[in-house]
Design a protein around this ligand. Structure first.
Ligand SMILES: Nc1ncnc2c1ncn2[C@@H]1O[C@H](COP(=O)(O)OP(=O)(O)OP(=O)(O)O)[C@@H](O)[C@H]1O
Ligand SMILES: O=C(O)C1=C[C@@H](O)[C@@H](O)[C@H](O)C1
Ligand SMILES: [Mg+2]
Length: 167
């Protein structure tokens, strides 16, 4: 079976926020592969990046996504860069995958200058633009549905996804 719904999108798209709301409304569990990785490693993602490098983080991420896709049936949020792995894109085939799209202005506002996003530690706006340009085609490739989130409260986005899931 797999997850009721898999959420993908760039940092700040609202995967965690919308995913938690949606799961509560559907009465299912919410799971975030970023949290799974941190729990398994016993340290924050920013430490994994600094201590072991991004390539090692991507290995952990591929394994975390594969495990969640095969064993979890609630609402699953993937890390922003999970779709970079071809293996992950292939594994998503046949699942209900919602791409939460966001344009640069709202994404920058949402991620702010908060810590915990190692890739945005330096020059967040330019980096986010680069990541969005690079990844948008990959999100679209795996998505069965795309939901625009700009200027909309997370509750609205969750409601639209619920409607999509009924259809
Ligand atoms: N639709 C929305 N409108 C306004 N703010 C939002 C919306 N969705 C999320 N936010 C806010 O934006 C910030 C980032 O959201 P969130 O952590 O859910 O993004 P994410 O996609 O999970 O990012 P990451 O990939 O870094 O985990 C949070 O502060 C959240 O409250
Ligand atoms: O966009 C990315 O590459 C990332 C997004 C986050 O969800 C985390 O998975 C990590 O900070 C990397
Ligand atoms: Mg998140």
């Amino acid at each position: 079976m797999g997850p009721a719904c898999v959420l993908v999108g760039v940092m700040g798209a609202g995967k965690t926020t919308v995913g938690e709301l949606l799961a509560a409304e559907l009465g299912v569990e919410f799971r975030d592969t970023d949290v799974d990785i941190e729990t398994a490693a016993g340290r924050p993602i920013s430490d994994i990046f600094v201590q072991d490098g991004e390539a090692h983080f991507r290995d952990l991420e591929r394994a975390a996504v594969a495990a969640a896709l095969s064993s979890f049936d609630g609402v699953l949020a993937l890390g922003g860069g999970a779709v970079l792995a071809e293996e992950t894109r292939a594994a998503l085939a046949g699942h209900t995958v919602v791409f939460l799209s966001v344009e640069l202005a709202d994404a920058v506002k949402r991620v702010g200058l908060g810590t915990g996003r190692p890739l945005l530690a330096i020059n967040p706006r330019a980096t986010l633009k680069h990541l969005m340009d690079q990844r948008r085609p990959l999100y679209l490739e795996v998505a069965t549905h795309t939901v625009a989130t700009d200027g909309r409260p997370a509750e609205d986005v969750a409601a639209e996804i619920r409607t999509l899931l009924k259809g």
